[in-house]
Write a protein that binds this ligand. Structure first.
Ligand SMILES: Nc1nc2c(ncn2[C@@H]2O[C@H](COP(=O)(O)OP(=O)(O)OP(=O)(O)O)[C@@H](O)[C@H]2O)c(=O)[nH]1
Ligand SMILES: [Mg+2]
Length: 497
C-alpha cells in the first residue's frame, strides 16, 4: 500500500471529491440544485475560505488588516462592521455589494488616513448579504479572509447574522476554516466555538479552527511584560478540555501592534522617537496611563493631538514598547520599529499556524467542506438515482487518513480513544493534534535535521507497530494503534528521501 504525505493526500482526496461533484452535477442536471452543485465544484478550485469570528470588538478587523498588511477592513463603529465582508485576491481593486435580493452593485471607496472606507450608499446593512472586497494581495492569493460581524449575545440581529453565516442550520457553511478571537475564555466563547462545528457529532473537528487570545497587549493594562503573561494564559487555555476539543491551538496576538507594524508611517516613527528623546521623567509620567498620555499639556515636542492619534494606532503598550526600544538604541529607523512591532505582536506564530494548519492542508479542508455540503444536498433533495453518491461520500471519508486522524483526535480529546492513558500524549502528537509539520508531530525542535526526523519517525512507527501487534490488545486498541502507525508512515513519506 502506498502511503502519501499530507500534500499528496490532499491532492488525491480533492481529485476524488471533484469527480464525485462532477458526477452529482450531471445527475442533478435537470433540477434547480444543479447550480448550487456547480458552485460547490468551482469552490474546490478557489482559495481556501477562512472566516475571522468572535465577540464584538474582539479585534477581528484589526487582525485581518494585520494579515493582509493593509488597512482594508473598517475598525471604527461604522455600519460596515455589521456586514459579512469577504476579502479576495483580485486583478484590480473593487468593492462589490450583494444585496439579499436584487442585482449586485459596485460601491465607491476611498482612503481616509490610510484606512479604506467604502460607501454603501442608501443600503440598509440588514438587507446586504455580503460585501466583497477584491484586492491584489499576496496573502489573499492562498486564502480568502472573511470578516464577520461581532457577536454580542445570541439574541441580537447582527449576532444572528454572524452565526447564520458561520454555522448555518439550513445549508452548508460557506467558510472552510475559522480563526476564532477571544479576549478571555468565557462559557459564551465555548458555546460559539461549538456552534461553528458541524451539528453531526462525528464530524465535529478541531482540524479547521484556530483560536486567538486577542488584544493580548491589553492583558495587565498594557504592561511591558503583557505578551509574556498572555503566553502563559494561552498555554493554560490550550490545556482546557473543551478548547482542545474545538480548536488546534490558542495563540496570543496583539493585532493592533501587528497592524501598526505592517502599515507604520514615517511620521509615527518620528513621534515615537521624539517622545523617546524628550525628558525621561516627563515622558515616563505621560506613559503611566492612557488618560495622562492624551490629556497632559503640550509642554512636550509631541502635541497632544499627535499623541492621541498614536494611541489609536499603537495602544499604550505599543507606545511604551516603541519608546523603550528607541531609548535603548535597539531601534534606529522606521523600518526597524515596524519590524519590532511585528515581532512583539505574535503575528508570526499565527501566520505559521495558518500556513501549516490551513494553507498546506487547503485541499483537505476544501474537500471536507464539499463532502459536507454534498451530503446536505443529498439529504435535502434526494433523487432515486443518487443513493450511491452517499456511499461514495462514506467511502472517501472512511479511507482518507487525514479525516481518520481528525476523528481519532476527537475521540481522544473526548476521552474515548481505546488506548492506555500512558500512550495518549504521544498518540495525540503523532496524529497531528499539535500541528502537522513533521518536527511537531515527532516532538522535535523546529530546526531538527532530516536525518534526525527520519530516525525519530522510524522509531515511532516501530514502537506503535509493536503496540498494535500486542496479543492482549482488544481489536479497537489494535486498530487505533495501527492508525498511529499510519500517521508515522505519513510523516516518513512527507520527509521524502
Ligand atoms: N490595544 C489593542 N487594541 C486593539 C487590538 N485589536 C483591536 N483593538 C482595538 O479594539 C477596537 C475594536 O477593534 P476591531 O478590529 O474593530 O474589532 P472587531 O472585532 O472587528 O469589532 P466588531 O467588528 O465591531 O465586532 C478598536 O478600537 C481597535 O483599535 C489590539 O490587539 N490591542
Ligand atoms: Mg470588525
Amino acid at each position: 500500500m502506498t502511503i502519501h504525505g499530507p500534500a499528496d493526500a490532499g491532492i488525491e482526496v480533492r481529485a476524488q471529491v471533484a469527480s464525485l461533484l462532477d458526477d452529482a452535477v450531471a445527475r442533478y442536471r435537470e433540477t434547480s440544485t444543479a447550480e448550487d452543485l456547480t458552485l460547490l465544484r468551482h469552490r474546490l478550485d478557489e482559495p481556501l475560505r477562512v472566516a475571522i469570528a468572535g465577540k464584538v470588538k474582539a479585534g477581528k478587523s484589526t487582525l485581518l488588516n494585520a494579515l493582509v498588511g493593509d488597512r482594508l477592513a473598517p475598525t471604527d463603529a461604522g455600519e460596515c462592521t455589521r456586514i459579512v465582508t469577504w476579502y479576495r485576491n483580485g486583478l484590480t481593486y473593487r468593492v462589490v455589494l450583494e444585496p439579499r435580493s436584487g442585482p449586485t452593485v459596485q460601491v465607491p471607496f476611498r482612503r481616509e488616513s490610510g484606512a479604506l472606507q467604502f460607501d454603501i450608499g442608501g443600503h440598509d446593512p440588514d438587507d446586504i448579504r455580503r460585501l466583497v472586497v477584491e484586492w491584489p494581495c499576496t496573502t489573499l492569493r492562498s486564502m480568502s479572509l472573511i470578516d464577520t460581524p461581532g457577536i454580542v449575545s445570541l439574541a441580537t440581529d447582527v449576532s444572528q447574522r454572524a452565526i447564520a453565516f458561520l454555522a448555518p442550520q439550513d445549508r452548508p457553511a460557506e467558510a472552510d476554516a475559522v480563526c476564532y478571537l477571544m479576549r478571555h475564555l468565557h462559557a459564551a466563547d465555548v458555546h460559539l466555538l461549538e456552534s461553528f462545528h458541524d451539528n453531526d457529532e462525528s464530524n465535529a473537528t478541531p482540524m479547521n479552527a484556530i483560536a486567538v487570545l486577542s488584544r493580548a497587549d491589553e492583558i495587565g493594562v498594557g504592561r511591558i511584560d503583557a505578551m509574556q503573561t498572555a503566553q502563559r494564559i494561552a498555554r493554560r487555555y490550550r490545556q482546557h478540555p473543551q478548547v482542545r476539543r474545538l480548536c488546534q491551538t490558542v495563540l496570543p496576538i496583539a493585532g493592533l501592534l501587528a497592524q501598526a507594524g505592517a502599515t507604520l508611517r514615517q511620521d509615527e516613527h518620528d513621534a515615537i522617537a521624539a517622545l523617546a528623546g524628550s525628558d525621561r521623567q516627563v515622558t515616563n509620567r505621560l506613559l503611566r496611563s492612557t488618560d495622562r498620555f492624551v490629556a497632559e499639556s503640550d509642554t512636550l515636542t509631541v502635541p497632544s493631538q499627535v499623541r492621541s492619534a498614536l494611541l489609536d494606532r499603537l495602544g499604550l503598550f505599543g507606545v511604551r514598547l516603541g519608546v523603550s526600544l528607541v531609548r535603548v538604541g535597539t531601534v534606529r529607523s522606521s523600518n526597524e520599529l515596524a519590524a519590532a512591532f511585528l515581532e512583539h505582536s505574535g503575528i508570526d506564530a499565527l501566520r505559521e499556524a495558518l500556513t501549516s494548519q490551513f494553507r498546506d492542508r487547503a485541499d483537505l479542508l476544501k474537500a471536507r467542506s464539499a463532502l459536507t455540503a454534498l451530503e446536505h444536498v443529498l439529504r435535502a433533495h434526494p433523487l432515486p438515482q443518487t443513493e450511491d453518491l452517499a456511499m461514495q461520500i462514506e467511502r472517501i471519508t472512511s479511507r482518507t487518513h487525514a479525516f481518520i486522524e481528525s476523528r481519532l483526535l476527537n475521540a481522544l480529546r473526548a476521552g474515548n480513544l481505546p488506548l492506555p492513558d500512558a500512550w495518549l500524549p504521544e498518540a495525540e502528537r503523532l496524529l497531528g493534534g499539535f500541528g502537522h509539520p513533521p518536527s511537531v508531530r515527532l516532538g522535535l525542535e523546529a530546526n531538527a535535521g532530516t536525518t534526525e526526523l527520519h530516525v525519530a519517525a522510524a522509531d515511532s512507527a516501530n514502537r506503535w507497530r509493536q503496540r498494535s501487534e500486542h496479543p492482549m490488545n482488544s481489536p479497537e486498541r489494535a486498530n487505533a494503534a495501527r492508525y498511529v502507525v499510519r500517521s508515522c508512515e505519513g510523516v516518513i513519506a512527507a520527509l521524502g528521501d
